[in-house]
Design a protein around this ligand. Structure first.
Ligand code: SF4
Length: 538
């Protein structure tokens, strides 16, 4: 109870903020409700005692407590995985595919492609009866799928197209001519499929994962084959009964950053060398094979920045927001800036905008770790390769160290905005990018960790609220901020006394995981709150 027991409904600010907040309610919400009740009393000429105001504010704060999202199914591999050593490998992690979302575009396309492969293996007599293919989207896939082109991606997978090789122009043609019908050959049957076969189903329910979808092969009403799938973030997919593929043991097993750094420091090698050895042992590949893949990703990242910068300043991104492309304008003006520091920040931002706008256009991007964050890593890669002319080998090592950060975040927290909000996308991307820059500059392992930690720490709590369900606002600019924060994190980590850095990466990843669990589901890629509500499209 407040010590100010007078009946002044408004009192002064000190009266308000000094009120004792009852346990079990959010302090800010309680104080705001209390102030609003007092103001309403003044406006309506009523008298409200401090006692009564406190009681009403308490009750209203209780009823308006934001609820966390329902828990994920504990049987999902993406939930169980944190128990053993990190087993993710580089070509599972960095994936090339069409934007705008790894979980809502690349994942669904991989899912329907997978279903098509399964269906093709059914006995001939079953296939002979098949009449229809149907995809149902649930949860976040249904809530924001339209803005992510989920139905087009799902249809493309059904007709046998894969994310890495699909022509983005094909996906554009589905948007421009939505009535197109495609024949799918399954055994002796030919089934005609179109966008009408992709159903936007329930957005709310007791799903195993927020990004759930089912795919069915039907003979009239009879179900010949049905599979429930989950797009679990970063383009990774699982299905009901999923078991991860068998892999060899890593040379340097690690579960945490502490263990990873211990391998590096005890063996007097770098974090990148630990990762390289593990990639080779887990998948039985040579160093040349691993680097050949890394080179492909580096080239694809610089290509996406160049392609984005080459777009006209008058280009308008697809969708109802009518957002103008700004990468080329920012780049040109930044390069004309006489101040070197301003020029650098502007250039880095423009490169992130460029790759992110390519994602918004549905063009090919690289998940690092996701489509929404696809501007962050490429802008740093471009800056290192094209501007600073850092030797290629250093950038390769940076890509491996960056992957290690992404693996750890996937292992213990999430890369999915539908599970953890934007901190899981742009936050992880920025953390990876900080490790990339630090490694490319030959930083010791502790500095790499500190840079990655710092970048992630300062994205904790960031929500996902894409306006109209399109990965544009706040996503495009957010990539630029993620890129600049990554460089800031490196600048601090490489200039501070490394051993005095107070927070370790493992603690911050744990905070990411816990914050993800507590975050209200409205802020997890559902477009039900935040900017998605406050921005009015005319
Ligand atoms: S707000 Fe962040 S997490 Fe959400 S769609 Fe945009 S980039 Fe992805």
């Amino acid at each position: 109870m407040s010590k100010h027991e007078d009946n002044d409904p408004l009192g002064n600010t000190a009266d308000l903020t000094e009120q004792e907040v009852p346990s079990g309610v959010d302090r800010r919400r309680f104080l705001m409700r209390s102030a609003v009740i007092g103001a309403a009393a003044v406006m309506t000429g009523r008298t409200v005692s401090a006692n009564s105001r406190t009681l009403t504010a308490f009750n209203e704060s209780l009823t308006q407590q934001p609820g966390p999202a329902p828990p994920l199914d504990k049987n999902l591999n993406v939930v169980k995985k944190g128990q053993g050593p990190v087993m993710t490998v580089i070509d599972e992690f960095y994936k090339v595919g069409p934007g705008p979302s790894s979980s809502h575009t690349i994942g669904p396309m991989r899912i329907t492609y997978d279903f098509y492969q399964r269906a093709a293996k059914l006995p001939a007599d079953k296939l002979a009866k098949a009449t229809k293919l149907q995809v149902n989207l649930f949860g976040s896939l249904s809530a924001t799928g339209k803005g992510h082109g989920t139905e087009r991606a799902a249809l493309a997978g059904l007709i046998g197209k894969e994310p890495a090789t699909v022509d983005p122009l094909f996906l554009d043609s589905l948007r421009d001519k939505p009535d197109q019908v495609f024949p799918v050959k399954l055994g002796s049957s030919t089934i005609n499929v179109s966008l009408k076969d992709v159903v936007y189903d329930a957005t709310k329910g007791n799903f195993h994962h927020p990004n759930t979808m089912t795919v069915k092969l039907l003979a009239g009403n009879e179900v010949l084959l049905e599979q429930e799938y989950y797009s679990v973030g970063g383009g990774f997919i699982e299905w009901k009964g999923y078991t991860p593929p068998k892999k060899n043991a890593p040379k340097y097993p690690f579960r945490t950053m502490k263990e990873l750094r211990a391998h590096a420091d005890n063996n007097k090698i770098t974090i990148a060398q630990v990762l390289l050895a593990n990639e080779m042992s887990i998948m039985g590949r040579s160093a040349d094979e691993v680097y050949a893949f890394v080179d492909k990703i580096i080239n694809a990242m610089t290509a996406t920045v160049k392609s984005g910068l080459s777009m006209s300043e008058d280009d308008v991104l697809p969708g109802p927001i009518k957002l103008h492309s700004k990468a080329a304008t920012v780049y040109k003006r930044a390069m004309d800036d006489a101040n070197v520091a301003d020029r650098s920040v502007g250039m880095l931002s423009a490169c992130a905008l460029a790759a992110s706008e390519e994602n918004a256009r549905g063009h090919l991007v690289i998940t690092a770790p996701t489509g929404g964050s696809a501007g962050v890593m490429p802008s740093l890669v471009y800056a290192l390769v094209e501007v600073r002319k850092v030797p290629l080998q250093k950038v390769r090592e940076g890509m491996l160290a960056a992957a290690a950060i992404g693996y750890l975040c996937k292992h213990h927290a999430t890369l999915s905005a539908a599970e953890g909000g934007c901190q899981a996308e742009i936050g992880v991307a920025s953390s990876m990018a900080a490790a990339l820059v630090a490694t490319a500059h030959d930083a010791e392992s502790l500095v790499v960790e500190n840079a990655a930690e710092s970048a992630l720490e300062h994205h904790l709590g960031m929500t996902c609220d894409p306006v109209a369900g399109y990965v544009q606002v706040p996503c495009v600019e957010r990539c630029a901020f993620g890129a600049v924060k990554a460089w800031t994190a490196y600048a601090i980590a490489s200039n501070e006394i490394a051993s005095r850095h107070r927070v370790n990466l493992d603690a911050t990843i744990m905070a990411l995981a816990e914050t993800a669990k507590d975050m209200n589901s409205k802020y997890k890629e559902t477009s039900e709150a935040g900017l998605a509500l406050s921005v009015v499209l005319c």
